[in-house]
Design a protein around this ligand. Structure first.
Ligand SMILES: [Zn+2]
Length: 331
């Protein structure tokens, strides 16, 4: 089986699969050249690393001048960074990170801290009962994550990259763009001449990206999507999950519309409650039946609420969510 597919001249795609429902299939891109680069490190288990190794070998065998020598990630979610350490150890790839990413990936404590909710968020969004009932789930998830994702941290990296810099690979010139919203350390790569954007998790073809505290922010996500719409000559989006997007403008506008609808949904539920509503009841009214969906989708509701609170459209009084002083139409 061919370990990778050339989806654009000198750009190859590797898809790593996991059992369904456990972890999503994830895309890794290899840009070939004399200093070729891998964008996103994928999973870190042995089979996934071998798959990337086979792809590197197959690509390098096509052209003697090609050498895949470095790896950069889009952001520090486990399906994108877990392979970094193994790729470095096995294939000698140089690891490129932003300072922000390096801080998160330093060790398990730094990583866990990056996911810790503030005391105010804990107070507002979870009940004591919920926290206790989620503990075993968290333990299961943590163990499963480590095993399935093959998470490994990095005490050091080789090259620090910054937003605004350009990475040149055999005729391609990829500008690094800081693109928070889904994750605060998310970056994207854009080649102006070809109109190609490596969008990571920010723009996906058939699903809407996960949002959740404390590292997602809806205002920042809107800003990132709007900035993508302003990219000159954007014609192809290569995402971290799913197939290439050949109608980027249409898809980005669809995502913005979808988030706006979800924002109005949250607002309307609160607006219909004279005396305010707790987060728990809000969550129940959006997902009345499915516990699983409620648990996974809780994130976007929190991120949407915080966006509405930041804009003074909603406010908290203790644990109760009420209408704020600004009209929803001011958004
Ligand atoms: Zn992600």
């Amino acid at each position: 089986m061919n370990p990778c597919e050339e989806i654009y001249p000198k750009i190859f795609k590797v898809v790593q699969h996991k059992p369904r429902r456990i972890a999503p299939p994830v895309n890794i891109y290899i840009i070939a050249g004399d200093e070729g680069m891998i964008f996103d490190a994928g999973y870190g288990d042995d089979a996934s690393i071998r798959q990337v190794g086979d792809a590197i070998n197959s690509i390098q065998s096509r052209n003697k001048k090609w050498k895949i020598s470095r790896v950069l990630i889009s952001h520090t979610h486990p399906d994108h960074f877990s392979g970094l350490k193994q790729l470095k150890d096995h294939y000698g790839l140089k690891v490129m990170l932003t300072e922000q990413m390096a801080g998160v990936l330093l060790n398990k404590h730094a990583y866990r801290d990056s996911y810790t909710l503030s005391p105010l968020q804990k107070y507002r969004y979870s009940s004591m009962f919920e926290r206790m009932s989620e503990l075993p789930l968290q333990f299961i998830f943590r163990t499963m994550y480590k095993k399935v994702y093959g998470i490994a941290f990095l005490q050091s990296h080789d090259t620090t990259v910054r937003s605004g810099e350009t990475i040149s690979i055999d005729g391609y010139n990829f500008g690094i763009i800081h693109a928070p919203g889904h994750c605060n350390d998310h970056i994207m790569l854009y080649d102006k001449k070809e109109g190609i954007l490596f969008a990571g998790d920010n723009i996906l073809r058939s699903i809407y990206t996960w949002l959740g505290p404390p590292r997602s922010n809806l205002q920042e996500y809107y800003n990132t999507l709007e900035a993508c719409l302003r990219l000159p000559k954007l014609k192809l989006v290569l995402s971290a999950h799913g197939s290439p997007i050949v109608n980027p403008e249409e898809r980005i506008k669809q995502i913005i519309e979808y988030r706006k609808l979800r924002t109005i949904q949250v607002y309307s539920i609160v607006a219909n409650e004279k005396h305010g509503i707790t987060f728990e009841r809000l969550l129940n009214s959006i997902y009345p039946r499915s516990f699983e969906r409620r648990w996974l989708a809780k994130g976007w509701i929190i991120v949407t609420l915080e966006y509405l609170v930041d804009n003074n459209i909603l406010k908290f009084e203790g644990k109760k969510i009420k209408l704020g002083c600004n009209d929803i139409n001011t958004l």
